[in-house]
Design a protein around this ligand. Structure first.
Ligand SMILES: NC(=O)C1=CN([C@@H]2O[C@H](COP(=O)(O)OP(=O)(O)OC[C@H]3O[C@@H](n4cnc5c(N)ncnc54)[C@H](OP(=O)(O)O)[C@@H]3O)[C@@H](O)[C@H]2O)[C@H](O)CC1
Ligand SMILES: [K+]
Length: 513
């Protein structure tokens, strides 16, 4: 689904009421009514007519949406519903809808004047609907609004954000000390907004429900997308022909492992085989090679020889490999010889060194990249600094966690590789310009070795289909998430080794059934 910035959504709003002559109040009515219906459907079991619902409205149209919701709830028999106005002087829509709410018999309190009553209502509420500010927010919340938000966050109520949690605007969150509503549910209007999806933002948003508002379809189709948002189940994996056999399913070379970290490349290789690679070769240092038992469940093992990268379909380089000058020389040889590849873990540090030394980019083919780079935020921060994209690790980390869409595209462009930022929500940026976000939110998947498993799937997916690295990365991230969900259902928490069984099940189900 298309994700837009708040600014683009405001522009759609203006075009709808300007060029398309749709009165703003009509859109607001649909937004509020549909948001209430979506909430009722989602929380049927959680509330009853006795529930104390509190609708908090700011001065703008976000407040107007909350007031329409309040009236819809009250009309349905939720007679304990109350309204809290943030200010006594309000915008036109809030003034009108406040009068309508009063006419229906809803109790309306105002922060200016009824502060104590408002505090009591917040403490007493079962559900708080946050309509303090939406896409019209400028910068971080000012002190009075921030105080209201702090009180809401302290309450025991279920918190439902209208459109976006107040305080989480396009340009608000990166401001240090921003106060933001911590929502359990976010009812976002028509299209999801970009700030909901940063790794830090996603923690404050809860469950995302997209509420149809009824904008003209043409406006929505033409709107500039900041990203595409996927739930893992939506992503298709290229099918395998029923007659596909080992030599048609690709030969992947995994290069990694050092004396104390030799488990990582094995996990990666097993994961590649389980996600459908036909042949997997693991390339190890002499020392590890010498003490590796011959039977590794179908994985072939060789001594380190970077030129062998030319004999396989794709490579994964880096899990548990270590980094020094000798590794850098081997890395250079692999990059020169491989048709395509995945750069993970220590390989990412070597990539930073290699790019600086060569001043070049990873080799492409026919104008598109053949490489996927899979950093977690720490590795991505180091890469950003070594590429000169950020001053220091702190700046890089803060950008990656609050607005990764500003840092990952130039990083992808500079490396000429698809960057997969691994986190509880994954962001994928391509040098050709695409930006995808894949929902995750599965703490069980955040286990040691999970990244090695993902790198193996990325390698397999690179060998499938037309070898477009961008699609391969998206498919791999989605498969990893699906397997993680399946594994958590069956086992609760699991090890990366246990996850591999589920990689096999999900990959086969997606590609071969
Ligand atoms: N396009 C849609 O999907 C629809 C959206 N709707 C809803 O409308 C809002 C956007 O409404 P808008 O009126 O543009 O703005 P907001 O209500 O989000 O915010 C404006 C109020 O916020 C105050 N504000 C701004 N910055 C700050 C700040 N830093 N601290 C505190 N308060 C702030 C501003 O106050 P001022 O004193 O600056 O005027 C305004 O009061 C969208 O999110 C949807 O919920 C439509 O209803 C339907 C279609
Ligand atoms: K809000």
């Amino acid at each position: 689904m298309k994700v837009v910035t708040g600014k683009v959504m405001s522009c759609i709003d203006r075009q709808a009421s300007g060029d398309c002559a749709i009165p703003g109040l009509l859109l607001m009515e649909d937004a509020g009514q549909n948001a209430w219906r979506s909430f009722r459907t989602l929380c049927r079991e959680k509330i009853d007519k006795e529930s104390k619902l509190l609708f908090v409205a700011g001065k703008g149209n976000n407040g107007g949406d909350a007031l329409v919701m309040a009236r819809a709830a009250f009309s349905e028999g939720f007679t304990g519903a109350k309204v809290v106005l943030f200010a006594s002087e309000n915008g036109e829509s809030v003034r009108l809808h406040t009068k309508i709410c009063e006419g229906y018999g809803l109790k309306v309190l105002c922060m200016e004047g009824d502060k104590l009553a408002v505090q009591a209502a917040i403490s007493d509420a079962d559900v708080i609907f946050d309509g303090i500010a939406g896409t019209g927010l400028k910068g971080a919340l000012r002190p009075m609004a921030a105080e209201l938000v702090r009180r809401i966050n302290e309450s025991r109520a279920l918190k439902v954000a209208v459109d976006i949690p107040s305080g989480l605007g396009d340009d608000a969150f990166p401001i240090a000390g921003s106060v933001i509503v911590r929502a359990d549910i976010t009812l976002t209007m028509e299209l999801p907004k970009l700030p909901l999806f940063s790794p830090e933002g996603r923690k404050l948003v809860g469950r995302i429900v997209v509420v149809p508002v009824g904008f003209p379809l043409g406006l929505i189709a033409e709107a500039e997308a900041a990203a595409e948002w996927f739930v893992p189940e939506e992503v298709q994996v290229p099918e395998l022909a029923p007659w596909a056999y080992k030599n048609r399913r690709g030969h992947l070379l995994v290069i990694g492992g050092a004396p104390c970290t030799d488990g990582a490349p094995f996990l990666c290789a097993m994961s590649a085989a389980s996600s459908g690679a036909g042949l997997v070769t693991l390339m190890l240092d002499d020392e590890i090679f010498a003490r590796t038992p011959p039977d590794r469940s179908g994985i072939m093992i060789r001594r380190l020889d970077p030129k062998f990268a030319a004999s396989v379909d794709s490579v994964v380089i880096g899990p548990g490999w270590g980094r020094n000058e000798a590794r850098l020389a081997a890395f250079d040889a692999v990059v020169q010889h491989a048709a395509s590849g995945v750069i993970d873990a220590d390989g990412i540090t070597l990539l930073g060194m290699w790019l600086n030394k060569n001043g070049g980019r990873l080799p492409g083919k026919d104008g598109s990249t053949r490489w996927i780079v899979t950093p977690h935020p720490g590795e991505a921060s180091r890469l950003a600094v070594s590429l000169g994209l950020c001053r220091d690790i702190e700046e890089a980390r803060s950008m990656l966690l609050t607005r990764p869409w500003e840092l990952l595209p130039p990083m992808a462009e500079r490396c000429n590789g698809v960057i997969v930022l691994k986190s509880h929500i994954s962001h994928i940026a391509s040098p050709e310009g695409g930006y995808e976000i894949v929902e995750g939110n599965n703490p069980a998947l955040g286990t040691g070795g999970s990244g090695d498993v993902l790198a193996g799937i990325c390698g397999t997916m690179l060998m499938r289909g037309e070898m477009a690295a961008r699609e391969a990365a998206l498919e791999a991230v989605a498969l990893h998430q699906r397997a993680g969900k399946h594994a958590a259902e069956k086992k609760g928490f699991f090890t990366a080794g246990q996850l591999i069984e589920f990689i096999g099940i999900e990959s086969y189900r997606s590609a071969a059934e």
